[in-house]
Design a protein around this ligand. Structure first.
Ligand code: ADP
Length: 244
């Protein structure tokens, strides 16, 4: 039987993450709770150094928490072994970062296909997804180029294709448009939102850009490791939706 937590695609309970810096302990994330429903677009905003990236990395299973629980599709990822977590991530999650972390020696196509290798997917099982992503992201004629031969916008589109090739149910994006100019940033965001609508994906995005955040269903604010829902934004959005 599905437990109550599985009604949310992402549900965190009192997550704490600390770092040691010299003699001091920095609490980067301080008892953060969030509940995100399948298909939602949630933005996390807040000042630099407030803990946004750390929280996102914890939710994505890239960092281990010091306390608390993180349920993704009802499963507590804080309890998983390294191997279980790697497999679970490959099957359920995608990641896009500000610095796209493409492997410089690999072509765009090879970079895009890395997650399929990690999930042991057979050749051909992702052909249709690849074709669609390459068309949507407009990178067809760049596939056999190295990252250094691509523009910043093209590199980020390749990183998005890599994040989406396994069609993850949840996509984590950390300032995905942070190093792009306005036109490229808008284009990349449009593509993320379009793909999300096509496959009913959940999108959790850290951004400092209110233009981007204002397209989310809900905005959370991180301040000194403390995460809160922006209720003013939510109420405004409800008014727009219901037409009051
Ligand atoms: P944001 O994404 O909001 O800019 P971060 O999550 O990157 O904030 O950082 C939150 C706090 O945690 C900061 O004080 C930062 O210096 C600290 N921090 C982040 N990562 C590390 C790390 N790997 N080692 C030590 N301190 C870190």
């Amino acid at each position: 039987m599905a437990d109550a937590k599985s009604q949310y695609i992402l549900h965190t309970e009192s997550v704490i993450k600390q770092y040691k810096q010299y003699d001091e302990v920095v609490t980067a994330v301080d008892r953060a709770d969030i509940k995100i429903e399948e298909g939602e677009f949630v933005a996390i905003i807040g000042p630099s150094g407030s803990g946004k990236s750390t929280f996102l990395s914890c939710c994505a299973g890239l960092e281990r928490v010091d306390a608390g629980h993180i349920y993704v599709r009802g499963q507590d990822i804080t309890k998983m072994s390294f191997d279980e977590l790697s497999r679970f991530r490959g099957q359920n999650m995608g990641f896009v970062f500000q610095r796209h972390n493409l492997i410089p020696q690999f072509t765009a196509l090879e970079n895009i296909l890395i997650p399929t290798l990690m999930c042991n997917r057979k050749d051909g099982s992702y052909d249709e997804t690849l074709r669609r992503l390459v068309n949507t992201l407009n990178i067809k004629d760049r596939l056999h180029h190295l990252p250094s031969e691509l523009s910043g916008g093209q590199q980020q589109r390749v990183a998005i294709a890599r994040a989406l090739i396994n069609m993850p149910q949840i996509l984590f994006a950390d300032e995905p448009t942070g190093n792009l100019d306005r036109a490229n940033a808008d284009e990349v965001l449009d593509l993320l939102i379009k793909t999300r609508e096509e496959i009913g994906q959940t999108l959790v995005m850290v951004t400092h850009d209110m233009n981007i955040a204002s397209r989310a269903d809900r905005i959370f604010r991180m301040d000194n490791g403390i995460l809160t829902l922006d209720r003013d934004y939510l109420d405004g959005k409800r008014k727009t939706i219901t037409g009051y």
